[in-house]
Design a protein around this ligand. Structure first.
Ligand code: ATP
Ligand code: MG
Ligand code: FE
Length: 344
């Protein structure tokens, strides 16, 4: 089975073709980072319009590069949510229309299921069951994954997502959008021991997270050391970045260990943009080894949004017999636990 995947939920246009026999044949991504940078965040209407401009050229490019003719395809998968409504509409309408025109089945994919399954595109894929830590710009969740679509929420952030907290802390340090990776780079020059930031909700049982207090703590520290230009000196900024990153990573690691113990599973899958974070990866690997658990990630470029994860998730769902109707429906808010687990 060969599936074309389309991702347009936020600010990246992603297209990929996955083949069950040959694996990932090709993928292409257009990031709108430069477009939104001057506004310090994603402007939804600009995002939608740019998806309109970029999507079909990317589809053509991936089809050509992988030497795929429409008749070689067995289905089209598109992200139907969660995400920005206008951005989702572009990918969903295009995916649905191409499928109709080419006489192919279409399937609506949940963006977070795409993230969750992305590590399965790697050479050493994880197998069910496992605990998944989804850490992205909009989500921080621990999920008990028993099979395709069989997801139980173990815990989640009660306020900001981890990626969102990274982006906001980065803004306080005057780093450009998107701040997460920039803050992580700055943290490498900092002394992680100069400041100790709180580890929210780790002193009580449970698997929920809260990152908004950490954000306030960061702001207070920035203000405390601010000079005439409103920012602390360079070294202090780096030290704050390091303290912030330590606190987020430590909090995530503590909860992952707990989740592994509670679930009884021996595998942790980490996905979403923040799973690209180097410190998070090294810490999780060493601390989970102590629990006898293995840790799996997507390759770096598939941590953040991409078409490959949508092609792959869509392929599994098409194989399981799922089809979406002719009406184009998107769900800007769509809890992943509502997905059908009877497929696996
Ligand atoms: P969602 O998937 O929840 O809808 P999203 O699609 O916007 O949200 P992703 O594209 O998965 O999120 O990830 C983007 C987030 O990951 C941003 O918040 C970004 O700052 C963060 N991020 C990316 N790389 C790193 C890194 N190295 N360290 C920390 N955060 C990072
Ligand atoms: Mg993005
Ligand atoms: Fe995402």
């Amino acid at each position: 089975m060969r599936v074309l995947g389309i991702e347009t939920s936020c600010d990246e246009t992603g297209v990929a073709i996955y083949d069950t026999g040959k694996g990932l044949l090709g993928h292409a991504l257009f990031s709108q980072v430069d477009l939104h940078a001057e506004y310090g965040g994603v402007v939804p209407e600009l995002a939608s319009r740019d998806h309109v401009r970029k999507l079909l050229p990317l589809v053509r490019e991936v089809m050509r590069r992988t030497d795929t003719h429409p008749r070689d395809l067995d289905g089209i998968a598109y992200t139907a949510g969660p995400g920005l409504v206008g951005a989702l509409m572009v990918g969903a309408c295009a995916g649905r229309a191409l499928a109709y025109g080419w006489g192919l089945p279409a399937v609506a994919v949940h963006h977070m299921e795409g993230h969750l399954l992305a590590p399965m595109l790697e050479e050493r894929p994880p197998s069910f069951p496992f605990v998944a830590l989804l850490v992205s710009g909009g989500h921080t969740q621990l999920v008990d994954v028993r099979g395709l679509g069989d997801y139980r929420l173990m815990g989640e952030s009660l306020d900001d997502a981890a990626g969102e907290a990274f982006d906001k802390a980065a803004k306080m340090l005057d780093l450009d959008y998107p701040g997460g990776p920039r803050l992580a780079a700055l943290a490498e020059k900092g002394d992680p021991e100069r400041f100790t930031f709180p580890r929210p909700m780790t002193d009580r049982p449970g698997l929920d997270f809260s990152f908004s207090g950490l954000k306030t703590y960061t702001l207070t520290t920035v203000r405390q050391y601010a000079q005439a230009d409103g920012l602390p000196d360079e070294q202090t900024c780096a030290d704050i970045a390091a303290a912030f990153q330590e606190a987020v990573v430590d909090t995530l690691v503590i909860k992952c260990r707990r989740a592994i113990r509670v679930s009884g599973h021996k595998t942790l899958v980490v996905a979403g943009g923040v799973s690209a974070n180097k410190l998070l990866r090294t810490r999780l690997e060493s601390r989970l080894r102590e629990e006898g658990a293995g840790v799996y990630y997507p390759r770096h470029e598939f941590c953040t949004d991409n078409g490959a994860m949508i092609a792959y998730a869509g392929c599994l769902r098409l194989q399981a017999g799922e089809r979406s109707g002719l009406a184009v429906e998107v769900r800007p808010r769509w809890p992943m636990m509502e997905l059908d687990g009877s497929l696996s």
